[in-house]
Design a protein around this ligand. Structure first.
Ligand code: RP5
Length: 159
C-alpha cells in the first residue's frame, strides 16, 4: 500500500457528503489519502492519536472539515507544523459560525481556511502544496487550469 500524503479529518459522519468531495478530488489526482472522523470535542484523545499516527505515516498536509463550534482544524493545527486546511461546514447559522470558528486562529497557529463547504478547493490546495516538490503533479494542475480556461472560452463563444 502506498503512503498517504494527505489526511482528511471531519468532526462528524454528517460531514461526509461534503468532505467526500475532497477525497474524490485527491483520488482524481492520484494522491493517496486517509479519511478519519474525529471530533475536537467529542473524541479529543482519538483526534490527537490520529494526528500523531498520520504524521508517522508520512502525511504532508491535513484537511479538516467541521461545523458549528468548528474547532477541529484549529485543534489539529495545534498538534502539527504541517499545513492544515480548514473547511467550514454549513450549519443552522448558514455556516458563518463554522467559518469564523475555523478562520479566526490565534497568531502563531494558522489554519488556511477555504469557503463554506469548499472541500474541493481544500483538496486542490493540498495538491498544490504537494506539487511544490512534484513536477508531474504541478504539470497536471497546469493542464487542468488550461482545460478550465478553454472550456469557459468555448461556452463564451456560444453566447
Ligand atoms: C460538528 O458539529 C461536526 O463537524 C458537524 O459539522 C456538526 C454536527 O455534527 P452532528 O451533530 O451531525 O454529529 O462537530
Amino acid at each position: 500500500m502506498k503512503q498517504a500524503k494527505v489526511a482528511i479529518f471531519m468532526g462528524s459522519e454528517s460531514d461526509l457528503p461534503v468532505m467526500s468531495k475532497a477525497a474524490e478530488l485527491l483520488a482524481a489526482y492520484g494522491v493517496e489519502h486517509t479519511v478519519t472522523v474525529a471530533s475536537a470535542h467529542r473524541s479529543p484523545e482519538f483526534l490527537h492519536e490520529r494526528v500523531a499516527e498520520s504524521e508517522k505515516e508520512g502525511v504532508q498536509v491535513f484537511v479538516a472539515g467541521a461545523g458549528g463550534a468548528a474547532h477541529l482544524a484549529g485543534v489539529l493545527a495545534s498538534r502539527t507544523v504541517k499545513p492544515v486546511i480548514g473547511v467550514p461546514m454549513g450549519s443552522k447559522l448558514s455556516g458563518f459560525d463554522s467559518l469564523l470558528s475555523t478562520v479566526q486562529m490565534p497568531r502563531g497557529v494558522p489554519v488556511a481556511t477555504v469557503a463554506i463547504e469548499g472541500a474541493e478547493n481544500a483538496a486542490l490546495l493540498a495538491v498544490q502544496i504537494l506539487a511544490l516538490a512534484d513536477p508531474a503533479l504541478s504539470k497536471r494542475l497546469m493542464d487542468e487550469r488550461k482545460r478550465q480556461a478553454s472550456e469557459i472560452a468555448q461556452k463564451g463563444r456560444k453566447k
